[in-house]
Design a protein around this ligand. Structure first.
Ligand SMILES: [Zn+2]
Length: 252
């Protein structure tokens, strides 16, 4: 084999052939679709691979590339975000894998960006991941209709507006607020020593998004699928019941 042969860049990538696997729950070599490690969407993947390992060695500026063995390098292109993952010997090498969970489907885009960055650094620094989760969390509140408020005041307003129920939902919101804050202030816990706690913060942020965005959206879609007169009847009945309840029991 002539290792000095020039390679036409247009020919360096070929559509990967071979046995294609079906939909996978994690990024899996040669799968038709999987949750994209870059954008989080379960998306169709198009596969490419390098044509060979002949890389020009007679160009000094390519000195580093000249020693790179391109054999076994494959690329998967995500149909959703159009970004590429890099695979070497059937293992994902870019982006680096993470043991933290993927973001939930309805996580808003700006929140998702910080969440994915937190996920990226989690296995190297749980504290750094916690700090990025804090940023992601703070960016969530405007999507819930709360602007220019501290997380503490935002949670209070959500409870007042009955968008967040006291108990599990509110405790999840407050736990995420307090624990993620430990990354930037000297507090009662060192998150760098507690990766399991930070791992749980990922789950809490997903939980809050599911409870406050996904579930209301799904319920509204089902409710609105009923005939208009049916919905009007229910709405009027509930409104009257609420008025009676306020008059008799002083409840709101
Ligand atoms: Zn993607």
């Amino acid at each position: 084999m002539n290792n000095n042969r020039d390679v036409d860049p247009s020919e360096t990538l070929l559509l990967a052939q071979g046995h294609r696997r079906g939909r996978a729950s994690v990024a899996t070599f040669m799968s038709h679709s999987f949750p994209c490690p870059l954008c989080g969407a379960v998306a169709h993947q198009t596969w490419f691979r390098t044509q060979g390992q002949e890389i020009p060695t007679n160009q000094p500026k390519l000195g580093q590339l000249a020693v790179m063995n391109a054999t076994g390098v494959t690329f998967s292109a995500c149909e959703c975000c159009r970004q590429w993952c890099v695979w070497k010997d059937e293992k994902l090498i870019y982006p680096t894998t993470s043991s933290a969970p993927m973001p939930t489907t309805d996580m808003p885009e700006d929140v998702r960006v910080d969440y994915l960055e937190a996920r990226e650094v989690f296995d190297k620094s749980a504290r750094a991941a916690g700090g990025l989760l804090r940023l992601a969390y703070e960016k969530l509140f405007p999507h819930l209709g709360i602007t220019n408020k501290s997380p503490n005041d935002a949670i209070a307003e959500l409870v007042r507006d009955r968008k967040l129920t006291l108990g599990t939902q509110q405790q999840a919101a407050d736990a995420l607020r307090v624990f993620s804050n430990q990354t930037v202030h000297i507090g009662f816990v060192k998150l760098e020593d507690q990766p399991a706690t930070v791992m749980f913060l990922f789950r809490l942020l997903n939980f809050i998004v599911e409870q406050l965005i996904t579930h209301p959206k799904q319920v509204a879609a089902l409710y609105n699928s009923m005939p208009q007169d049916k919905r009007d009847g229910i709405d009027n009945t509930r409104r009257e019941e609420a008025v009676v309840s306020r008059e008799i029991f002083g409840r709101t």
